[in-house]
Design a binder for this molecule. Structure first.
Ligand SMILES: NC(=O)c1ccc[n+]([C@@H]2O[C@H](COP(=O)([O-])OP(=O)(O)OC[C@H]3O[C@@H](n4cnc5c(N)ncnc54)[C@H](O)[C@@H]3O)[C@@H](O)[C@H]2O)c1
Length: 447
């Protein structure tokens, strides 16, 4: 039963959402939070962005960006008419009406959920919460996190959830560098565990996104996101395994996937690669595996997919060594040029990228390495620790000519594959990036 008092807070919130006087708070201004803040401003809401990283908030306030696909011009656009303010001052939480939490949810060293950032963020909201606030968890996590981890912390504010304080979960579905979908037209799943929280969430996100997809609870919304990521993880593992079989059978897996995808129904193409990367697919399924143990349940598909995907960088290294040795080049005197470090094409994100692992494994074999990625050039070692080998500032003819082989790990559109195949002694292609190169194909091997 809602009381007239709670109706006032809810009505007031809904009215602000509808007439766009609601101030949207975004907590965690990273790959997810910053594009979300951008969308809020585009849809007519003032945004207050929070982060513990002063470097990020200062950059934003100076009109600079730190994310490849968000340009400085976009940030400057967001700052116009004071539409965006970014701060590390959490006392300003009270100024926002809604708070979308977009902080990292990694795995710890034992590959168990590490909710420290989510807990710390929620704790930092508590002293500044007031009646009428809506808290939306966006971070990917296992079903039950919002109710079991976030809500108990929020309760310390002494506000009645569902009457004075509204809480919901809405998973992020960002796909950086995908030209077909923008944050606005990707349907947005929303879930809450009481009617008033659901109404508040629906009013706000209904005013932001072209389509919202309501589900019955926070847990259903949390599980939806995990299902989406498991679906990708398992299918990628399957095609990665088939790649290994195809290599043994002398078949080209990419040719086969492309042929199979002409079936107009019942088949979705997944492509093999040098291993899984990014902040989601290699990590999120294991949030569910961990939670499943509480129910005496073993998530066998996830474990098997994890096993196969983890093996892929080792398979690439084995193919490189086989190729070098097959040409009479001992690994400890071989020179290899690696192209692409980001986990997928046309992005600057190297988190969990298989390239990092592969570089380290190749170094263990004594191979002398140089590497180049036009999207992360100049700062990859700075961000991801000292990588083995020499980072090239540009892809010179000499680098292609003088290395024993060139290994393509990311199929960025910025690479000129004709030139690479023409100049390189041998090209080891893990992505079928050279598919459109018509000549000198005998120089290409797949890994
Ligand atoms: N990157 C993607 O494409 C993607 C897609 C869907 C979902 N997700 C999920 O979204 C969440 C965020 O991912 P991301 O890629 O944006 O991470 P990120 O590391 O790019 O950004 C997180 C931001 O949160 C900040 N932060 C950390 N602790 C904080 C705290 N206590 N208070 C305030 N800010 C804090 C960090 O400084 C950082 O700026 C994760 O749960 C991730 O799984 C990511």
């Amino acid at each position: 039963m809602t009381t007239p008092f709670s109706l006032t807070h809810l009505d007031c919130f809904i009215e602000k959402a509808e007439n766009r006087t609601l101030r949207a708070g975004v907590v965690g201004l990273g790959y997810v939070g910053l594009p979300l803040a951008q969308l809020f401003t585009q849809r007519g809401f003032d945004v207050l962005g929070f982060d513990i990283d002063r470097g990020k908030t200062s950059k934003l306030m100076r009109g600079e960006s730190y994310i490849g696909h968000i340009s400085a011009t976009i940030v400057q656009e967001m700052l116009k008419n004071n539409r965006l303010a970014a701060t590390t001052d959490f006392t300003r939480i009270t100024e926002a009406d809604a708070l979308s939490i977009c902080v990292p949810t990694p795995l710890d060293k034992a590959r168990q959920p590490d909710l420290n950032a989510l807990r710390a963020t929620t704790e930092s909201l508590v002293p500044h919460l007031r009646p009428g606030h809506l808290i939306i968890v966006e971070s990917t996590t296992y079903p039950g996190t919002t109710s079991e981890v976030v809500v108990p912390i929020l309760q310390k504010a002494g506000l009645k959830i569902g009457e004075e304080l509204f809480v919901g979960y809405s998973p992020e579905r960002e796909d950086p560098a995908n030209p077909s979908f923008t944050a606005r037209n990707i349907p947005k799943v929303i879930g809450a565990n009481d009617a008033a929280s659901f109404q508040a969430l629906k009013a706000f996100y209904g005013a932001v996104f072209d389509r919202i997809v309501p589900v019955s609870s926070c847990e259903a919304a949390e599980m939806t996101k995990i299902l989406e990521n498991i679906y990708r993880c398992v299918n990628i593992a399957m095609v990665n395994e088939l790649k290994l079989l195809c290599q043994r059978m002398g078949l080209n897996i990419w040719e086969i996937v492309d042929a199979a995808k002409t079936k107009p129904f019942g088949f979705e193409a997944f492509y093999p690669g040098p291993g899984l990367g990014g902040h989601c697919i290699p990590i999120d399924p294991f949030y569910l595996s961990w939670k499943a143990r509480e129910y005496d349940f073993s998530t066998r598909f996830i474990e098997l997919a994890g096993e196969i995907n983890t093996q892929m960088p080792y398979e690439v290294v084995a193919r490189v060594v086989e190729n070098l040795n097959g040409r009479g080049i001992p690994t400890n005197s071989a020179h290899l040029l690696v192209l692409g470090l980001a986990y997928k094409k046309n992005v600057d994100d190297c988190r969990e990228s298989p390239a990092i692992k592969i570089l380290k494994l190749l170094q263990d074999r004594g191979i002398k390495l140089s590497y180049f990625d036009p999207h992360v050039s100049g700062y990859v070692s700075h961000r991801y620790g000292d990588l083995p080998g020499v980072e090239l500032a540009e892809l010179t003819d000499d680098a292609l000519l003088n290395n024993d082989a060139t290994l393509i790990l990311t199929d960025h559109d910025a690479f000129d594959y004709e030139r690479i195949v023409t100049l390189a002694r041998t090209v080891i292609d893990t992505r079928n990036a050279t598919r459109n190169v018509a000549t000198l194909r005998d120089k290409i091997v797949f890994a």
